[in-house]
Write a protein that binds this ligand. Structure first.
Ligand code: BTN
Length: 258
């Protein structure tokens, strides 16, 4: 990937002023996790062509074909602790969908909390890791998007997809990445003023599992219910056994029964 080409198309205030590029690294999220404090740069972007310990949510392995996709992480460090981080997965997903759609004209769906979905298959995922370092909030936003991947391992070939597999076209990864960074920067600029309702609304329009039967975890137990909607700060509202519940984080499975 040509980093200059990415930087040239950036139009950001925070994100991507500094970009680090690796041909091969364990995981871009790990890199930022282990970064020493004196090296922190707000908006630092770490890109890898290949990860040998790429991680998904719940410590799953995130494997992608080298040089075909987008695998990168963004470091956000802020002294401003006044903004809400609960909606971050939702609004990050929305900002990414908006960017992909702008550049490819493909409509992307969302699955709660932060999966990107195309034709009912997973196109990408987001792994957000948060920590506090005294007064400093450290957010690591890891993003994996399947762009030009041509095939997937047997275990996920029916549930994962790429832009290439759905359209038969290859996409320019540098342009896609710069548009995603531009879009995330815009979102971050709004988030710090807690002004993110636009993204919540956008996410809702993209979600295609409202009204459907789902299985979800709540306080360590599995429940079945119907996904009703999204709260203003990004919690999933579910009806389970005639009781309305708000789920803050976790994972859902959409049941086949409709
Ligand atoms: C998921 O859906 O489970 C989240 C996947 C996140 C993958 C990205 S790829 C870049 C960054 N580095 C990692 O090790 N994981 C994230």
């Amino acid at each position: 990937m040509d980093i200059n080409k990415i930087q040239y198309q950036l139009n950001t205030q925070y994100i991507g002023k500094k970009i680090l590029y690796f041909e091969r690294i364990d995981s871009t999220n790990n890199f930022l996790k282990n970064l020493e404090k004196h090296n922190y740069t707000d908006g630092l972007v770490v890109i890898a062509e290949e990860q040998f310990k790429g991680r998904g949510r719940y410590n799953r392995i995130w494997y992608t074909q080298p040089k075909k996709n987008l695998t990168f992480s963004i470091l956000l460090t802020s002294q401003n602790l006044n903004f809400e981080i609960t909606p971050l997965p939702i609004i990050t997903a929305s900002a990414i969908c908006i960017a992909i759609e702008n550049i490819t004209n493909i409509h992307i769906n969302t699955k709660w909390p932060n999966d990107l979905v195309l034709n009912n298959k997973k196109l990408g995922g987001i792994l957000i890791e948060t920590s506090f370092d005294n007064e400093l909030l450290k957010l690591i936003i890891g993003i994996g998007i399947n762009v030009n991947q041509t095939h997937f391992d047997k275990e996920i070939e029916y549930t994962a997809t790429s832009l290439y597999l759905e359209t038969g076209k290859e996409y320019d990864r540098e342009s896609l990445l710069s548009q995603i960074l531009n879009s995330l920067d815009k979102m971050y600029n709004k988030l710090i003023y807690n002004d993110y309702s636009y993204y919540i609304d956008d996410w809702k329009k993209r979600c295609n599992h409202f009204g459907k039967s789902i299985t979800f975890d709540y306080n360590g137990k599995k429940y079945k219910g119907v996904a009703l909607g999204l709260s203003d700060n990004g919690c999933l509202i579910v009806n389970s056994n005639n009781q309305e519940m708000k789920i803050l984080s976790g994972e859902i499975i959409i049941n086949n029964e409709g």
